[in-house]
Write a protein that binds this ligand. Sequence first.
Ligand code: TPP
Length: 332
Amino acid sequence: MTIAADRPEADHGISIEQWLHLYRRMLSIRLFEEQVNDLYTRALMPGLAHLYVGEEAVAVGVCEALRGDDYITSTHRGHGHCLAKGASPDRMFAELLGKEAGYCRGKGGSMHIADPATGNLGANAIVAGSAGIATGAALSAKHLRTSQVAVCFFGEGALGQGVLYEVMNLAQLWKLPVIYVCENNLYTEYTHHSETTAGDILARPAAFGMPAERVDGQDVRAVHAVAKRLVEQARQGHGPAFLLCNTYRYRGHHVGDINREYYRPKQEEQEWMTERDPIKNLGDWLVEQSLADRSLLDRIHSEVNADIETAVQFALAAPYPSPEEVAQDVYA
Ligand SMILES: Cc1ncc(C[n+]2csc(CCOP(=O)(O)OP(=O)(O)O)c2C)c(N)n1
């Protein structure tokens, strides 16, 4: 037995199995994204993708605080959110490769993956584009009395979009069950956030009287604990909240952004990767707490790796939709 049997729970009421589940989920996002990069560099994937590598603790920490029927909306950097909410990697890869088995029958691609079965109302190529959708979902949940909660993920670049403030105002006035999760990965494309975002970010929700918190987005335990509390408050009718997660994308803005030294130093990347990696740090903590040993973590790594490899092979072998379908399900 590799899990300490006398430790049924650790931290805020989370069982060992749940911690391992969080570890596995973060790892599957990491390995999924590495395969996406590989598909791109081997010219097997049409178009570009924005990788979530480094930011896994945010999606996983938040989504693990949600019910299956709760809603999320996502961004152009959306693979991690989709997977964390329960999307299957094989259909995700199929979508990226334009195959019929994909979530949008291959017509949406990386930035338009949606999965109603897991409450995922969609990635969105427009910065802040999903803010209205998440808020509308929360409005419907309130009127239908379903006790569902909606989470709106967005990057700090969305803080420059007016729609965000329009919907935050309404959400606070109408006490809607929505959590606005800002992923500040320091860069909006190739510009440091200090050059685009004035003042203290948390002063913005505060202006609406909205509860707002800041958390280390590299620490899945911290993200999960605060998300759980905010989600439960929203579910009980206390209205919206804003969660600022400080995080970092290890790779470029998109897969083609290879030479990044003109806008951020290599040393900065190295520091985040070696000192603040969410997967390594959770693994180290599990070992320190005797909740797992290295052989268990290695086994999880092999299993996730095999699952992701199987999913890629499925997508590569899957058929394209037939040409007659080209305009079907396309609305704009
Ligand atoms: C309304 C709008 N303006 C500009 C763009 C081009 N664009 C795509 S991603 C991006 C940067 C987004 O930065 P951020 O919101 O911080 O998310 P990150 O990429 O850092 O995850 C921009 C400006 C867009 N997609 N939509």
